[in-house]
Each structure stands twice: as structure tokens, then as C-alpha cells.
Design a protein around this ligand. Sequence first.
Ligand code: BDP
Length: 567
Amino acid sequence: MLYPVQNQKRLKMSLNGIWNFSIVDEYYEPKFVLDDFILMAVPSSYNDLVVDKKIANHVGLVCYEKTFQIPKWIHEEELRIRIGAATHQATVYINGVLIGSHQGGFLPIDLLIPKDILDDKNRLSIVLDNRLTYETLPIGQIDMKNGVEKQIIHYDFANLSGIHRDVIIYTRPVNPIEDIFITTKVDEDKAYVSYQIICDGEIKLVSVKDKNGLVVGFSSDQDGMITIHKPHLWDIGNGYLYTLEVSTITDCYEEKFGIREIEIKNDQLLLNKKKIYLKGFGMHEDHLIIGKGANSAHHLKDMNLLNWIHANSLRTSHYPYAEEIYDLADQLGILIINEIPAVGLNFWSDVKVFTPGRVDEKTKQVHMDQLTELVSRDKNHPSVIMYSLANEANTHEDGAYAYFKDIFAHMRTLTNLPLMIVEWVHAEINQVASLADVIGLNRYFAWYSEFGELEVIEDRIRKDFDSYYKKFKKPIILTEFGADTIAGLHALPSVPFSEEFQVEFLAQYVKSIQDLDYVIGEHVWNFADFMTKQGLTRFNGNKKGVFSRDRQPKMVAHFLKEHWKNK
Ligand code: BDP
């Protein structure tokens, strides 16, 4: 799938802005104009924009509506609509006619607009259903309470809902370039750029241009290989990008790519044959007011903060992020572990998760479909160095291995990049981690267990990590460690929740892993405070951020900046 662009052959129009919005019932079909609506911003979550709790906490269906016109001079071209992401199921109608639907709130919806349903003025209706079940990712359950549907979720971020990414109408010419696949290989002072162009039209020229627009190689084959002499490698902090320019008789498209090699060798992570260590965060798409809405200024600010703190990487916990994040990471040389929303696959109780009727064959199919869509979307981003196939699933259950065996096998047909699974269970009972190339461990000693006892951390971590390494012989990333911290709360001596305690807590963790050779990275939980469902252990959200929700540093940010400076 190619991202919509505007160029000499393609036109794109943004439908972002203010839409009409209403809660609707189960049987709603947008036959007529919404007559009872409020105004809503797109892209954004609707939850924090409104003042009405009923809307903010709504579980079920809503309708977004907007009118648009298409210039009469668009004749031959195909018309498409693309919604970057909408939670979690989106059904799209134009002038009351259904044109398609999509399940999965963190990946794009791309649909053909049949021209014969268009009028001079058109009404676009997008009906969203934010309910999560065993046949969605993330999974969830719906419960009835006093005649009202309640969403049960087993993961720790708010089910912020809405049209979260750009809505675009775009054209493609006759015989469009459907897709471009690029892989690169480095051999001494040469790079081989293999490409495949999916297109029915005749290819005129395929050229590779360097950062300055100079042609460094070309071909006229549909599938081929272009050799680049003395290539500039894509690297951390140096996101050197080439462009593959394709022109056919009817179409043209420019796809950016980087030349870099990722490898796991002798328990180390290699970038361009050099050992690297991941420093960074598990993050969330989560901001004041706009919630999970994509916003260029927020994206860039987050990248600038990563750079300031000397981080080199992030995990898209716990779902694929907006494409712009990957574009920025490509340009800035930031590494991304790309995670699918397989989160909540454990109930923090003895209840079995991997069993028929819960997480079963149907869930597995959804999981696989989303992986296919994810790789299709992100395959050419040099910043993506690894995929994470689940976060904290109950991998000790008997059903888990059969489930994940198929998930990993499927993913290996889609990508050659290393695959990771992020674990909470202990090594002895883990039945799944052998399938992964890299194991992520989320650990909260001195927080969820032995609360406040900083002195236990080192011993617990070492024993736990060593047992993982001994059993699985795979490199490990400390994918989560953190303590809730109220910005501005100070205490000497420190107490949990104070900024001083967060510094001491993180310092203990990084010290515990510093001489474990098989540890290939540390990602603090979390980059910034974020919204969760309300609960006794959540004071208006999760406060484990190194930055506050409005992106101001807590004390610990300065500690990490210093710690990562020369690491
Ligand atoms: C881990 C989860 C993460 C939570 C974190 C926490 O992976 O999503 O936010 O714990 O409790 O279990 O802060």
C-alpha cells in the first residue's frame, strides 16, 4: 500500500477539520443528514474535546459526517478515500451508500469511491464502533451494567476513540503504481537496491536519487536491482535517505528508503555490522485535548525531546503509530520497534486467556491480518528495525505456544527483520519466547512487587534476566521499567511517587543490567504521562512518564540525559 501523495499525476485533498458528530445506535444507517449533532475536530479523540461525560465515556457507535465536492475536471482517475486510523471499526458511506469498512483502530482504511454515487455535493459518513471483543486487537469484553454497555479492557491505556489520523481523498491515474517493495544489501563499498513495482502499466524509468537529488542508478525493469557505489548508509542520528523514483506511461511515485542492515548475531544487535545498544522509551500516542489524534507539532516535539535526552530508539507501545512518526524517525535516524496491538492478552488472574471462546483461532486470524497490514504499510521505512508481536501475553498458558507458533510463522513470511515478544512471565514457565529473535522483558520490582524497596532491584533483575538467557539464549531488551511520579512532588529522603524516588529507581535498574552482555537495550516506561482508564492506582492516568503529559521534563529526564550521553 502506498501513502497518498500529490504529484504531477495524483491529487490529494485533506478532509481534516471540523465535522458533524453524533452518538448513534446499533442499527444506524446514514440515510439522511445528521440532524442532531455537535461539532467535532478531525483528527482527534473525541473524549477530551467534549464536556459531556456521556460522550466522553461512550461505548458503542458514533457517526462523523462531512460534505465535500470533487472538481468536475477529474475524469479518468480513480478516486479513493484514506483514513489513517479510526477506532476501532470504521464503516464508510458516501451519500448514504456503503463503500466499505475496516476493523483495527491503528492502521489505515483505504477504499475506492465509486464515481457513480457522487453528486455535485457529497455527504461522507464514517460510523465508528469503539467496542473491543475477543475478535479485535486489542482484545476486550463488553459487559452490561444497569442496562448500559461497559467496556472491559485488560491493558493500561484509555480507550480514547475517534478519527485519529488524516482523512484524505486522493486520485490515482489509470494503471496506477499499486505498490513498491524495496530491500537493500550492503557489500563493502557497494549497495544493492532490490525493488519490485506492482503495476499493470508500462514502466518508463526507475531511478535512485541521493539526498541532493542526483541520480546514482537507474533501470527500466519492473523488478530489478540497482547498484549504488560508495553508498551513504542510514544510521543512528544520521537518517540518510535515498529516493526511488518510478515513472510509468500514466503514473509516477517517489518512495524514500535508507540503506542499512539489521542483524542479530552472537546475542548482539548489529546495525551496518556494528554493535548497537537501544536507549529510549516505550511511548504512547497520547496528548492533552487531542488524545490519540495525530498532530505534526506534537510528533516533532516528541522527536526533539528524544534527541535532547540522547535516546536512539522507541517502541510503538502498544500499537502502530501515525505514519508521520516513522517518516520523522527515518529522517532523524531514530530506531523503531514496531508493535502490533496484541495487548491485554492476560487478565492478571487465573482465568485462562488462550482457550476457545476467548483468544482463539478467530483472534489469531485478526492478529495475522493486522500484521499483514502493518508490514504492508511500513515495509520501506529504514527506521523500523524490529517488530514486536505481543506485549505481556499469558505465554505460560498451554494454548499460547500453538497460538504464537502460527503468528511468528506468518510474520516470517512477511519480513526478514528480527521479531520480538515482550514478556511479563518468568522464564521457567514461559512456553513461547523460543520463537522470538529478541526477548523484551517488562519488569516492575520495587513497584508492583516489593513496593518502594529499591534495594531488591539489582538482585531480582539479575536472577530473572540470567534465567531468561540461560533458558532461551536470546538477546534481551529491558522493554519496561518505571515508577509513577507526580511532577513537582519532591521528598528528601525520597518516597515513592516523588521525583527523587523516580531518579533512584531508574538508576538502580540501569545499574543492574550494565554488565549483562546479552542485554541489547533499555527502554524506560514511559516517555510521558498518559491517560488510562480510571482506577485506584491511577491518579488521572499513568504517571510513569519521564516527561509530563504536556512534555515538560521531570527531574529524571536530566538523569537519563546524562546517563545516555556517552552510552
Ligand atoms: C505494563 C504494561 C504497560 C503499563 C505498565 C504500567 O505493559 O502497558 O502501562 O505495565 O503498569 O504491564 O505502568
